[in-house]
Design a protein around this ligand. Structure first.
Ligand SMILES: Nc1ncnc2c1ncn2[C@@H]1O[C@H](COP(=O)(O)OP(=O)(O)OP(=O)(O)O)[C@@H](O)[C@H]1O
Ligand SMILES: [Mg+2]
Length: 379
């Protein structure tokens, strides 16, 4: 069965989803002396939507180009649906690509750009017309069909590129920041529609983004990349609640971060001495170990010092006394930044607009559950 035919079978059946559909193993790539991808492994299930999230230069585009066959790997394998495609040329891979620089055919109209792929695949005139209509509607450009692509804005050209790639019904779709030129509202609409359409067509997709919110919204799983390696590969909820490393913690969401040293090591928890006092965290590290303690802002509760009653004495709650530095109103929620020294930071989130009492310079008693306290070893 060709890759193209396998793409047309529709959404993944549950039995398929446990197997790796795209399997990348030991993939390495250097440019001259610089290692860009370093023994990278990634397994994507059929029909899955995976985001690559990582800082500029970490190797995201390079990884996509290797999967698409536009670049040759130094080592490693790319397998799609059980077939090793490492040595196949790009045009035989049935991989659709939307690049960062959406390379369209400038002399063709919008409709002709989208029609190009299906036509090359030998689709009938009616099928081509139906594809063009469907995918241009999806990207909200149906009324631009007859326009030359060179007469479109950057964001419109990006959307044509997405439609053109989808129209070929690829087995695997690779998207490199396809919505970077769109305004926030249109971008959010496109994200949801693309997600919808890929599910409907059963297309497996890898999506590169700089935008953590976009990755959280769109993805079945997120691969957090750093310097040519994958730091963590998990579903958005896990990545947010249990970042595997300080890098993943920093890259997604906000957190209070306190550097400290383990002063007490129990069977399942450690006591860490930090600049704001002793903090208990689940984990096992030896006494004397240098660690980073972290908490997401929504788990930190506060009360005006002296106003609230005494906290229920509980070993399951951490306490600290912090000086408010800044109040950041974000509409549906408000962030409170507290004073912190050096590389430490302390942030709480209150889920409503602050009414009164949140005066910078004042001291607040804060508390958060031990079980929500993350701890990482430091070198
Ligand atoms: N053809 C090339 N020759 C030499 N170095 C290259 C080449 N292509 C990429 N690199 C280098 O490889 C590293 C990774 O590049 P890549 O384009 O994969 O990063 P990226 O994660 O996509 O970044 P961005 O988010 O900015 O697009 C960078 O340091 C880049 O300069
Ligand atoms: Mg890139």
């Amino acid at each position: 069965m060709s890759l193209l035919a396998s793409a047309a079978v529709g959404p993944a059946r549950s039995g398929d989803t446990d197997r790796g559909y795209l399997e990348i193993a030991g993939l390495s790539k250097s440019f001259k002396q610089t290692i860009v991808l370093d023994d990278l492994a990634l397994e994507v299930r059929k029909g899955e939507f995976v985001s690559l999230l990582g800082p500029s230069g970490c190797g995201k585009t390079t990884l996509l180009r290797l999967v698409a066959g536009l670049l040759r790997a130094d080592r490693g394998h790319v397998v799609v649906d059980g077939r090793d495609i490492t040595a196949l040329p790009a045009h035989r891979r049935s991989v659709g690509v939307v690049f960062q620089n959406y390379a369209l055919f400038p002399h063709l109209t919008v409709a002709e750009n989208v029609a190009f792929g299906p036509r090359m695949q030998g689709a009938s005139r009616t099928e081509v017309a139906a594809s063009v209509q469907r995918f241009l509607e999806m990207v909200r450009l149906a009324e631009y069909a007859e326009r030359s692509v060179s007469a479109l804005s950057g964001g419109q050209q990006q959307r044509v590129a997405v439609a053109r790639a989808l129209a070929t019904r690829p087995a695997l779709l690779l998207l490199d920041e396809p919505f970077s030129a769109l305004d926030r509202k249109l971008r959010e609409e496109m994200e949801i529609e693309l997600r919808h359409l890929l599910r409907e067509l059963g297309i497996t997709a890898i999506f590169v983004t700089h935008d953590q919110d976009e990755a959280l919204v769109m993805s079945d799983r997120i691969a957090v990349m750093s310097a040519g390696r994958i730091e963590q590969f998990a579903d958005p909820g896990t990545i947010y609640a249990r970042p595997a490393t300080p890098f993943a913690l920093d890259f997604i969401g906000l957190a209070t971060k306190l550097h400290g040293r383990v002063v007490g090591a129990g069977a399942e928890s450690v006591t860490v001495e930090t600049a704001v006092g002793a903090v208990i965290a689940p984990g096992t590290y030896p006494e004397g170990a240098r660690v980073l303690v972290a908490v997401r802002p929504e788990y930190i509760d506060l009360a005006l010092a002296g106003v609230s009653g005494p906290d229920p004495a509980s070993s399951r709650v951490n306490h600290a006394s912090l000086v408010l530095a800044d109040v950041v109103f974000l509409g549906s929620r408000t962030l409170l930044h507290f004073k912190a020294e050096g590389a430490d930071r302390a942030i709480a989130e209150v889920g409503h607009a602050p009414e009164e009492g949140l005066v910078p310079g004042e001291k607040f008693a804060v508390r958060w559950p031990v079980e929500r306290t993350l701890v990482y070893p430091l070198p």
